[in-house]
Design a protein. Structure first.
Length: 566
């Protein structure tokens, strides 16, 4: 909020007063005897036959197109005197200016309907000494207007010493001429910047509407620079109002998309209203309906005021969510909309409006685009800056991923160790624990048969060895695990006088067997071998491990007597 207030104060107390600085002191020559004539044409005989009527300055004539010839007088006390200058104050599409019989200004075409639009000139003209007479001197202004905006205006021209006039109009001349060139140059650059950002893939709606706004504003400024446009008369005026009315539409949609939650259908409704107004304005202008330009201007200013207020509302709705993060954008945005509203309101009530939008918009647009781009894109950073930024972010991300990976591995390791600990406890309880419990039971019962004790002890020791073997496997491949088991079985079978035939397919590989599953296979094989030794009276034990289909088959065979027939 503070930034908004400060920017408003800066504009209204410093920037605006500087832009409307009054004309400096000039020792003006009095202009008298103003007369105006309406002409049917600009041929010499038509000009010579003109019938003049006395008027008071400033003079205004509305609303018929055509030609007007104004003349007035000023007196020069002595010649040679100080060098003089004149600043004509005239409103027309084009004009010619004479001092006595010397042409001071005359550019482009003056013949209807193919006139040129050089009447927007705002300059200080030097009056040649040869053009002056001692005593009375005559000023003549031949003006032309087409049907686009048939309003003529003439005020008393400023005539005085050249140096004084040049100095006094320095600021005014800059504001009316140079600033306009600077403004549309800035606008074209900003439109190009926005287009580049959009072409690179960044297409937020706020940026799109910002580009539309800058384009409409720039075209409006260029309108006054084109002295020979492709469209003329009413069509040219309809185009002007179309560009003027597009600006509040862009402001409204820009405000609507400024935050994260735009109101739906604002674009379709506002564009629909804009198209309808453009059609109505064109019909009024081309059909010479109502008061023509005055009616169109009133409708357009009312449209601008309504949309400016709607933009204020849309922005106020999103203000809490964007104000803190986008302080500069918020302040500039608020000032821009307020200037549009002030211009529209002043035009509606018929009071003076200083065209705040045209005067202030170059700096405001630069600030708005700069604030927006700095917040939303990184397009204009150098390659080295971007590389450094990406490198730093990549390092931060890699460090974060490494920390997370270590945490995950530690958690997995903890889970695996806990599961392995539980499995070992279960195996020890079911295997070695059971054997030890049997030994304790035999000892407590007083039946300490050495053979039974030896058998129970040997079985417990064998089970413990199986558990140890299952844990010491480097590879989880079952074929490799069976090779370790063979080293355990071979001495036992040799001592019992039983031959061991080992047929394991060397091409067979079954990875993925953990210690728990390996131990289960060990116990199955050991139990089968023990049965062959105790009950079958076998001479040979054969272990076969070979592929069968997509899997494998493990067989333990012996040549013993087998089970008795039932």
């Amino acid at each position: 909020m503070l930034a908004i207030v400060l920017l408003q104060l800066l504009y209204w107390w410093l920037i605006y007063p500087a832009m409307v600085a009054p004309v400096g002191r000039i020792e003006r020559l009095a202009v008298t005897a103003a007369e105006v004539a309406t002409l049917d044409g600009i041929e010499s005989e038509q000009v010579d036959d003109a019938r003049f009527d006395a008027v008071e300055l400033p003079w205004e004539d509305c609303c018929e197109p055509g030609y007007r010839l104004a003349r007035m007088r000023f007196a020069v006390s002595e010649l040679p005197g100080p060098e003089l200058a004149i600043v004509p104050i005239v409103g027309s599409d084009n004009f010619r200016l004479w001092i006595n019989d010397t042409l001071i200004y005359g550019e482009g075409q003056m013949t209807l309907p193919r006139i040129s639009y050089h009447g927007n000139v705002r300059a200080v003209f030097r009056i040649p000494a040869s053009a002056l007479r001692q005593g009375d001197n005559e000023i003549r202004m031949l003006m032309v207007r087409d049907a686009g905006s048939p309003n003529f205006f003439v005020a008393a021209p400023v005539i005085g010493p050249y140096e004084q006039v040049q100095s006094a109009f320095k600021v005014r001349r800059f504001m009316l001429n140079d600033l306009n060139v600077i403004s549309y140059s800035i606008g074209l650059v900003l439109v190009l910047m926005v287009a580049i950002v959009l072409a690179r893939g960044e297409r937020p709606w706020a940026l799109i509407w910002l580009g539309v706004l800058i384009a409409a504003w720039t075209l409006r400024l260029l309108y006054y620079e084109l002295s020979e446009p492709p469209l003329r008369a009413q069509a040219r005026m309809a185009l002007l109002f179309a560009m003027v009315n597009l600006m509040p539409v862009a402001w409204l949609n820009l405000a609507n998309h400024w935050g994260l939650k735009p109101v739906p259908r604002v674009a379709s409704v506002s564009l629909g209203a804009y198209l309808l107004l453009s059609i109505v304005n064109t019909v009024i202008l081309t059909g010479s309906l109502l008061d023509k330009v005055e009616t169109v201007e009133t409708l357009s200013m009312g449209f601008s005021l309504v949309l400016a207020l709607a933009a204020f509302g849309a922005f106020a709705r999103q203000f809490p969510s964007v104000a803190r993060q986008r302080v500069a954008e918020t302040a500039v945005f608020t000032l821009c909309i307020s200037l549009i509203a002030v211009d529209a309101f002043n035009a509606l009530i018929g009071g003076y409006h200083g065209d705040h939008v045209s005067k202030a918009m170059p700096l405001l647009m630069l600030g708005l685009v700069a604030a927006f781009l700095s917040h939303n894109v990184q397009l204009f950073r150098s390659a080295a800056q971007i590389n450094r930024l990406l490198t730093d972010r990549l390092r931060e991300r890699e460090a974060e991923l490494k920390r997370n990976h270590e945490l995950v591995r530690e958690a997995e390791r903890t889970q695996v160790l806990a599961a392995e600990r539980r499995r070992l406890m279960q195996d020890m309880h079911d295997g070695v624990g059971g054997q030890l419990a049997a030994l304790v039971s035999l000892a407590q019962q007083g039946r300490s048969n050495p053979e039974q004790l030896l058998q129970a002890t040997a079985q417990g020791l064998a089970d413990l060895r199986l558990i140890i073997d299952s844990l010491t496997q480097v590879d989880d491949d079952l074929a490799m695990a069976l090779g370790a088991l063979r080293a355990r079985l071979q001495p036992v079978l040799n001592e019992a006088g039983v031959a061991l035939k080992w047929r394991v397919d060397p091409r067979l590989s079954m990875p993925g067997f953990g210690p728990e599953r390996v131990l289960q296979v060990y116990r199955i094989v050991q139990e089968a071998v023990n049965n062959a030794l105790r009950h079958a009276q076998a001479k040979t034990v054969t272990l076969v491990f070979e592929p069968v289909g997509e899997g494998a088959e493990l067989r333990i065979e012996d040549d013993g007597s087998g089970l008795p027939a039932p």
